[in-house]
Design a protein around this ligand. Sequence first.
Ligand code: SF4
Length: 87
Amino acid sequence: MEIDMPLPQVPGPTKVLSQFHVSRACIGCGRCCGTAPRHFQIDPAVGQSSVVKQPTSETERQQCREALKGCPVQAIGEKSSTSRPVR
Ligand code: SF4
């Protein structure tokens, strides 16, 4: 006989992961590189910014969000997801 049991809740903190990207709308103004220089750099081959390092902490995520907000052509995007620690 089978009994339906609720799935156990997984304890532990939920981690928010952010992935930033730069679209082809970038005009290469360099503002994001000034705001978050460890995360955005202009690729001289194309004259546009790209993400060179994704944020790994809340502080870095905030810096990338400041860059996103400051982009004059809304070329920076953020995709967030959550994860739980693997046991
Ligand atoms: S702020 Fe926006 S337009 Fe300027 S370099 Fe960065 S992504 Fe490109």
